[in-house]
Design a protein around this ligand. Structure first.
Ligand code: FMN
Length: 441
């Protein structure tokens, strides 16, 4: 492992044709390419050419049905897709989202450890509790649990996954042909876990994976979300609107991590940053106009309702934002940003508010030339407002290629982006040590 704290940590969020909802209508790529693994392999190779730390696939085990009319239905299973990307790439980190609400720890721990073996130490897990309530109907007859319960289960879930990943001591697989002993039973630690949510008896049928265990990321920014991240995450994806919000978030997260006995350097803050770049401000603005022109107003207001935790069928889009619904809506940090926006203009219709919301709620969205995007990134870095970014190219593959060709060289010239990978694992790229596991010292 080589510590490189002065370098930015750059992770790329890859969602089908791009982060913008209308990306598939303007992208140079065939809309059907989002169902072809080569699309993702090419994107991963581009990220690798830019010496970026990782690619990251979002996921939800259920979607609100209204979305299918407007957005590519192309949510290939992240772990399976990244297994295919792993064999076609050499260095870039591969982060898969998996839900702690709609899965079980033993199975997910095994599949993530498998990806770490398949990729020779490049696997990561984006821990989410799933925001989309429609997922509940796919997993039985229980309603979507409230956020507090989802985070409670997530805490125990991650604890169990870590027990599973560390159940084999390093070196427990002695593989001795003379003695006939494959593994030393004294160095195996079955979890025997009996908790509120899970009962898990025994270890995985696999030794510790190349990174010790896969890299952990977390993407919730509410109180319980930050607490979960402070306890376990190696990196956090979060919407942060400006440098002062970044500094406050990072300080809070780092001090909570220290409270859990962790080195605050070992949790990296990577705010979401969606972007559209072109040669000049005017060209970038024209691209933005093209994208916004292709976006559906109908989709946008329904999506706003969904993001805010409201049922769109109960809303008149041409009436003012319904304050009465706010009190009863489930509390998430996405919802909070939407309500703040609505509060700034109480007379505006629901449709008009939705029209303003094309990016990550409460997050950074940039439109302009590469030099200005590089400057924004450098300003955050120098102010200590983040450790890097989760790049969310608004259109794929074009905007990722543009970032790698035109922004990365500027960051490299400023000596805040690396010019070659320092190691082979995702933890090496981020500059984090291999976790020690059991039986050490
Ligand atoms: C950059 C970013 C990526 C996210 N990706 C996912 C995802 O793939 N799946 C998911 O269910 N939630 C995803 N989320 C949502 C968070 O996991 C979380 O549910 C949401 O922020 C609301 O929780 P909170 O109130 O703790 O912030 C993402 C959030 C951010 C900021």
């Amino acid at each position: 492992m080589t510590a490189e704290p002065r370098y930015l940590n750059l992770n790329v969020y890859l969602r089908n044709s791009g982060y913008h909802e209308a990306a598939w209508r303007v992208s140079a790529a065939d809309p059907a390419s989002v169902l072809d693994p080569r699309h993702y392999i090419d994107l991963a190779r581009t990220a690798e050419r830019g010496i970026l730390d990782s690619i990251f696939l979002p996921d939800s085990p259920g979607v609100a049905e209204f979305r299918s009319e407007f957005l590519p239905g192309a949510a290939l299973d992240p772990l399976q897709l990244l297994s295919s990307v792993a064999t076609a790439t050499e260095q870039v980190g591969l982060i898969a989202t998996a839900s702690t609400t709609y899965s079980f720890p033993w199975d997910v721990a095994r599949r993530l450890a498998t990806l770490d073996f398949l990729s020779h130490g490049r696997a990561g897990w984006n821990i989410v509790t799933t925001v989309e309530p429609a997922a509940a109907g796919n997993f039985g007859d229980q309603p979507h649990p409230p956020a507090a319960d989802r985070y409670d289960r997530a805490g125990e879930y991650v604890e169990v996954v870590l027990k599973l990943w560390d159940a084999w001591e390093d070196g427990a697989a002695v593989m001795s042909r003379p003695t006939g002993q494959w593994a030393d039973p004294a160095r195996l630690h079955p979890p025997r876990h009996h908790g509120r949510y899970f009962d898990v008896a025994s270890y995985l049928p696999l030794p510790r994976s190349p990174q010790g265990h896969p890299f952990l990321t977390q993407a919730g920014s509410s109180g319980p979300g930050i607490a979960l991240a402070a306890r376990y995450a190696d990196a956090v994806f979060t919407p942060l609107a400006d440098i002062s919000a970044g500094i406050a978030f990072r300080q809070n997260l780092r001090s909570q991590a220290a409270g859990f006995g962790r080195d605050p350097e070992h949790v990296r803050v990577l705010p979401g940053l969606s972007f559209l770049i072109a040669g000049t401000d005017a060209e970038a603005a024209a691209l933005k106009d093209e994208l916004e022109g292709a976006a559906s107003g109908e989709f946008r207001w329904r999506n706003l309702a969904n993001l805010a935790g409201l049922d769109y069928t109960a809303i008149d889009p041409d009436a003012p934002f319904p304050p009465g619904l706010l009190a009863s809506a489930p509390k998430t940090s996405f919802g909070a940003s939407i309500y703040t926006m609505a509060g700034q203009d109480p007379a505006a219709t629901f449709r008009a508010i939705a029209q303003k919301l094309s990016a990550l709620p409460g997050g950074l969205d940039f439109t302009g030339p590469p030099e200005k995007l590089a400057q924004l990134i450098a300003d955050w870095h120098e102010a200590g407002a983040s450790d890097g970014f989760t790049l969310m190219p608004n259109v794929l593959p074009g905007q990722l290629t543009a970032f790698v060709d035109h922004v990365v060289p500027i960051l490299q010239k400023r000596d805040i982006a690396r010019t070659e990978y320092a190691g082979t694992t995702l933890r090496d790229h981020v500059g984090l040590p291999r976790p020690p596991g059991q039986g050490v010292g």
